[in-house]
Design a protein around this ligand. Structure first.
Ligand SMILES: Nc1ncnc2c1ncn2[C@@H]1O[C@H](COP(=O)(O)OP(=O)(O)OP(=O)(O)O)[C@@H](O)[C@H]1O
Length: 242
């Protein structure tokens, strides 16, 4: 396989008849974490949903060398894209182990994968009989990540995993993402630039429905003027602003 797991070429995305992503092109390397950055409402989430086919899209999307842009969402997922949505979305009134059991795709989860997930998230092993709704935000994020790691994915799309979490919990999520990214490449939407600096190899910046910058995340974030211009924030001061 080439060095890219995902190639997005001239993707346009519409929701409720309105175009929310105009023309987005970028590639995702087959290893590590690639960050999608941009001010609020520029279309980061819609880009992920366009790749998944949840929103109507045009353009070319190629996963591991095969076009997936004409496929319905369930086929995209079967080809090997795991999605961790914003706000985690665990089944609150089911236990941790029930949440995980429901995520296992037929023929994909193996004993080795279950053991790997148990090794990555020992906290979840201890809490397997706890209702997911009573977990902390960070633990819920671990459930959400564990669910996609149970399956044999080529790529994970992870949307704002640290949103609304306390700093200590953010540290746990960073560690979980770091461990997860050693097993599968991740396309990460993230507003917290400290998290991006610590995790991401590459960054894709969206503005006005288009990609306005691609390149090394650390090069971008070490360039004060560029970060300020593209994201409206000084690199060392944390969150991307509207
Ligand atoms: N389901 C929807 N119905 C109507 N409009 C939508 C819907 N989803 C997204 N939009 C609109 O599309 C635009 C892009 O939204 P999107 O959530 O993709 O941006 P974002 O960059 O992820 O923003 P944020 O950082 O706030 O999560 C926004 O103007 C938003 O209001």
């Amino acid at each position: 396989m080439s060095g890219q797991v995902l190639v997005v070429d001239h993707l346009a995305v519409s929701v409720a008849g309105q175009q929310v992503v105009e023309d987005v092109s970028f590639t995702v390397p087959a290893t590590g974490i690639t960050a999608v950055l941009g001010r609020n409402g520029v279309g980061k989430t819609s880009t992920l949903k366009g790749v998944l086919g949840l929103y109507q899209r045009t353009g070319e999307v190629t996963l591991a060398g095969e076009r997936i842009d004409a496929l319905p969402t369930h086929k995209v997922v079967q080809r090997g894209i795991g999605y961790v949505p914003e706000d985690r979305e665990v089944f609150a009134r089911l236990t941790v182990s029930e949440n995980l059991a429901l995520a296992e795709r037929q023929g994909s989860a193996t004993r080795e994968r279950r053991e790997m997930v148990d090794r990555l998230f020992p906290d979840l092993v201890q809490r397997r009989d706890q209702m997911a709704g009573t977990l902390s935000g960070g633990q819920q994020q671990m459930v959400a990540l564990a669910r996609v790691l149970l399956n044999d994915n080529l790529l994970l799309l992870v949307d704002e995993p640290t949103k609304g979490l306390a700093p200590l919990i953010v540290e746990q999520v960073i560690e979980a993402l770091r461990l997860a990214s050693a097993t599968v490449p991740i396309l990460l939407v993230e507003q917290n630039l400290d998290v991006v600096r610590r995790l991401a190899g590459d960054a894709v910046v969206i503005a006005g429905g288009r990609v306005v910058h691609t390149g090394s995340a650390s090069d971008l974030l070490s360039d004060e003027l560029l970060t300020q211009r593209l994201l409206g924030v000084h690199a060392e001061s944390g969150e991307v602003r509207p």
